[in-house]
Design a protein around this ligand. Structure first.
Ligand SMILES: Nc1ncnc2c1ncn2[C@@H]1O[C@H](COP(=O)(O)OP(=O)(O)O)[C@@H](O)[C@H]1O
Ligand SMILES: [Mg+2]
Length: 407
């Protein structure tokens, strides 16, 4: 059996296992906050960065060189390839033609197979199952009739999702009664992609684990994050997760097994559901740095961004050990002015700075420098370092900034 991660695209012949040393240039497709934080981490290791993004002065473009062009612009992709010793991406919906072109012209150690798999929920579920992990029972849906039959089989509630293009809960419908079958099908089939129905998992917690794998086959996993969503957008990640050590170990082993089985290179984020009886279901994957891994920036010996750079450059991976308990809270458009004010004054809403000092917590602020702020848009995050996660949760809930969003 061919176990090369890039066997499908032949990149191995062009030296997929070579080490890309510091001083080299890393090209990043996508100029958002993930590319920005990757650049900041990789710059410390001595790499140079160039990003391709259609928005001038993108978050990554503030800290790297930027080619301003569309993601499907083949000429611009060629230019990126010429300038880069290695290419990575910060989002998964990379245009297939551009991915193929970049592989042809440059060094893309992540290959295109992992992208191809994770761009489509059905392919992704099959890959997770092939790794020996469990997903929620599901059915492929091609018609309203098939949806009716699948709802009868999987039960109510169940979740209808578009196979491609969904994010932050978009492209989903929780079917809570038979009467919703028709409207749910009509609405989601508008997207023109295949649909998948999943059994609703009554989880007690949502967890995630980020695994890193390098071309030489080394794998490391970061500690499990316990994730709290508000309106389908990640609100907070709590680490260590408040779960059994046994479950933590199992979740990490599962992520590691999936990364190994898919022969991933770079980061692979694995979202999971934990049920009352201690079972873990894999929800979805992302082949890139993940919002639920932002806590690693100050709380781990190596951040997810440094680890990603290490993995794609085939350097030895860093230790992923947790240095301190932490709660990461997202800064959305509706929070950003208050957070800037807190940075400027040291006062976090109603929480006075002397209380913060005595509570043994350290809020570390990361703002992405996005030009336009809009409600629900991710503008930054705060890693609240602490000696006990409850202390950080109390702090976040007591500030006026996030008070209306329970953790
Ligand atoms: N099968 C399911 N059972 C219960 N909750 C689900 C299920 N699928 C999704 N959800 C909820 O919806 C959220 C978003 O779904 P997800 O598949 O992760 O899509 P997205 O790409 O929008 O993150 C999940 O984090 C979870 O809270
Ligand atoms: Mg998700």
């Amino acid at each position: 059996m061919d176990r090369s991660p890039n066997a499908v695209n032949g990149a191995q012949d062009k030296g997929a296992k070579k080490v890309i040393p510091p001083g080299s240039t890393i090209g990043v497709l996508g100029g958002g906050q993930l590319g920005r934080m990757m650049t900041l981490a990789g710059t410390n290791l001595g790499y140079r960065f160039i990003t391709l993004d259609p928005t001038p002065s993108s978050p990554c473009g503030h800290v790297a060189e930027q080619i301003v062009a569309g993601y499907d612009d083949q000429e611009a992709a060629k230019k990126l390839a010429e300038r880069s010793d290695v290419i990575t991406y910060e989002f998964e919906n990379v245009d297939a033609g551009v991915a193929a072109l970049l592989e042809e012209l440059s060094h893309v150690p992540q290959g295109s197979r992992l992208l191809y798999t994770t761009q489509h929920r059905l392919r992704e579920k099959r890959a997770v199952e092939a790794a020996g992990a469990t997903v929620a029972p599901y059915a492929e849906i091609g018609s309203e009739q098939e949806l009716s039959e699948a709802v009868a089989r999987l039960g109510i509630p169940s979740v209808l999702k578009t196979a491609t293009g969904g994010y932050d809960g978009k492209g989903q419908w929780v079917i809570r009664s038979e009467a919703e079958i028709g409207p749910a099908y009509a609405e989601l089939s508008k997207a023109g992609t295949e649909l998948v129905l999943e059994q609703f998992i009554p989880f007690v917690k949502e967890l995630s684990v980020i695994a890193a794998r390098s071309p030489r086959g080394e794998i490391r996993t970061f500690p499990v994050a316990e994730n709290v969503h508000v309106d389908n957008i990640l609100h907070a990640s709590i680490v260590p997760a408040r779960i059994d050590e046994k479950v933590q170990g199992e979740a990490e082993r599962m992520a590691s097994r999936i990364a190994e089985s898919m022969e991933a290179v770079g980061l692979l984020a694995v979202e999971m559901f934990l049920t009352e009886d201690g079972r873990i279901y894999v929800n979805e994957l992302a082949p890139r740095p993940h919002n639920s891994g932002h806590y690693t920036m100050e709380a781990c010996a190596t951040s997810q961004f440094e680890q990603h750079v290490r993995a794609i450059c085939n350097l030895p991976l860093g230790k992923a050990k947790l240095l301190t308990p932490v709660v990461m809270v997202n800064v959305l458009g509706e929070h950003v002015d208050d957070v800037k004010e807190a940075v400027a004054t040291g006062r976090w809403g109603a929480v006075e700075s002397d209380r913060i000092a005595s509570a043994n917590i350290v809020p570390k602020v990361h703002l992405y420098g996005k030009a336009g702020s809009a409600a629900k848009r991710k503008m930054g995050h705060v890693n609240v370092l602490c000696s006990d996660v409850q202390e950080a949760i109390d702090f976040i809930q007591q500030t006026a900034i996030w008070r209306s969003q329970p953790i």
